[in-house]
Design a protein around this ligand. Structure first.
Ligand SMILES: *[C@@H]1O[C@H](CO)[C@@H](O)[C@H](O)[C@H]1NC(C)=O
Ligand SMILES: *[C@@H]1O[C@H](CO)[C@@H](O)[C@H](O)[C@H]1NC(C)=O
Length: 232
């Protein structure tokens, strides 16, 4: 298409304000990445035969505590590296990032315990993943967690600890190791005014390796702890 015609069309909103090659490049990149890609197979990342999966919890709201069950609104930003999703930007018009539906790429089988023992898998229908040319995949799963918190009768000023634990359902640390972004949760987006009865005092995050009697290897658990103060 003539450049001037294109400029006119884009001014009146018929053509998106990008070069037509951009679409062609993205399509080329998509085809290159997805050709022979198998989302059901755990990728290798970098220097090992497996992946390091790094996670964080970004708390947005403390919804409330009901019958010892703490409900939180949160995002779980998770990232890892996949050698089968790398590309050279200069081969595709300089594209360094692409987004794709999370359903079509491999994702870690992360689960957590809800309430008094129900296993819940992290899913995110609709949330795209972002992939960078070095193979890093960024997935930000919105979740509403329901966590069991042990406490006695609550009085004004009481502090209680609640623990959220994430783990891979099948993988040991040899194939899927868990890492943390920080040793605390991300509270930068917390709406502190949302629930005046619960004040977040502090958070803590750590990874521990667990062993099971009949399984070889160690299994990583990422545990996030919230200390909350009750305000009557
Ligand atoms: C995972 O990270 C550790 C360092 O924390 C590194 O030694 C190891 O090679 C990484 N594994 C993979 C598969 O990249
Ligand atoms: C858990 O074990 C894996 C593999 O043995 C090791 O790479 C990792 O650093 C360990 N993690 C912790 C928190 O000890």
């Amino acid at each position: 298409m003539d450049c001037k015609v294109l400029a006119v069309l884009s001014c009146i909103g018929i053509v998106a304000c990008s070069h037509p090659e951009a679409y062609t490049n993205r399509q080329q990149l998509y085809n290159d990445l997805m050709h022979k890609y198998e989302k059901n197979v755990l990728p290798n990342s970098g220097n090992g035969n497996g992946v390091n999966v790094t996670l964080d919890i970004m708390i947005r709201r403390i919804i409330g505590m009901n019958n010892h069950i703490l409900t939180l609104d949160a995002f779980i930003p998770i990232h890892w590296r996949a050698d089968n999703l790398k590309w050279k930007p200069d081969k595709v018009g300089g594209i360094k990032m692409i987004d794709m539906p999370s359903e079509i790429v491999w994702k870690p089988d992360l689960a957590y315990v809800e309430g008094e023992g129900k296993t819940v898998f992290i899913k995110s229908e609709g949330a795209n993943v972002i992939i960078s040319s070095d193979g890093r995949v960024f997935w930000d799963a919105p979740v509403q967690t329901k966590t069991f918190c042990k406490h006695g009768e609550l009085h004004n000023g009481d502090e209680i600890d609640c623990h959220l634990t994430f783990y891979s359902w099948v993988h040991s640390s040899a194939t899927l190791d868990l890492k943390l972004v920080a040793d605390q949760m991300d509270t930068s987006s917390l709406d502190v005014a949302f629930n005046p009865h619960w004040k977040l005092v502090s958070t803590h995050a750590k990874v521990t390796n667990k062993t099971y009697r009949h399984c070889p290897g160690t299994y990583p658990l990422a545990t996030f702890t919230l200390r909350l103060r009750y305000v009557a």
